[in-house]
Design a protein around this ligand. Structure first.
Ligand SMILES: [Fe+2]
Ligand SMILES: [Fe+2]
Length: 234
């Protein structure tokens, strides 16, 4: 088994564009934001914005893993099914907790308890990926820099257009997640834009109509160019 990602140089990971290096850039950013939220400094409204940033990064990052990386791991590694089932269960728990957090009043003492539980799971997920799943993927792809870079650009493409909110009812696997992801992403990103600072945002009829139109356009565009699966093939 290769070394954990934290013990490898960028060169060993396959270069800056490799999926391993890209993952290792997102994980510390998540950790930084979680520490910022936990620090005693920020006022409550600012902490809510930090939490929103954490969720946006977590869910777009995880959606791209579920759509691009874990199918590749199942395809190329004999133990891929077992490994990815575990991390998908972690992602599911984080989705469930995030929905609970979003529906719990900030002043409710249960809110902080739920956030603590979600952060613990995000940190466990990062450890599992950096220490086990991603080194295993590196090995299964035979340390091939070209394949690691191709997978990296496929993952990045999906991450940039992925849903940014929790969706616990959506499948964690293709094709269910990929089909639901396009309209959900359009709705989530519109909601992110319309959310006032420190609140969950309010939907107007005009915003909903714009979201529906954006979702339809995104669906049509995705149907024309959906070739993500072929990007990591040999
Ligand atoms: Fe990750
Ligand atoms: Fe993950």
């Amino acid at each position: 088994m290769p070394l954990p990602l934290s013990q490898q140089s960028v060169e060993q990971l396959g270069g800056e564009a490799s999926v391993l290096a890209r993952q290792r850039r997102d994980h510390p950013e998540l950790d930084r934001l979680m520490h910022l939220y936990e620090s005693p400094g920020p006022p409550r409204s600012e902490r809510q914005e930090i939490l929103r940033d954490i969720f946006q990064l977590t869910f777009s990052h995880a959606f791209a893993e579920e759509t691009v990386l874990w199918p590749a791991l199942r395809r190329f590694a004999a133990d891929g099914e077992e490994l990815t089932s575990r991390v998908e269960a972690e992602h599911q728990q984080i989705n469930d907790l995030a929905v609970e957090i979003q529906s719990t009043d900030l002043r409710d003492p249960g809110h902080d308890r739920l956030v603590t539980a979600a952060f613990a799971l995000i940190r466990e997920d990062i450890r599992d990926e950096e220490d086990v799943l991603l080194p295993r993927l590196q090995e299964a792809l035979e340390y091939d820099r070209v394949r690691l870079r191709r997978l990296g650009s496929a993952w990045e493409t999906v991450r940039r257009t992925a849903p940014t909110q929790p969706h616990p009812a959506v499948s964690r696997r293709p094709p269910g997640n990929a089909l639901a992801g396009v309209p959900l992403s359009a709705l989530d990103r519109l909601r992110d834009l319309s959310a006032p600072s420190g609140s969950g945002g309010r939907w107007t009829a005009a915003a909903l109509a714009a979201a529906a139109a954006a979702a339809c356009l995104a669906c049509a565009a995705a149907l024309r160019r959906r070739r993500v699966g072929s990007m990591y093939r040999r």
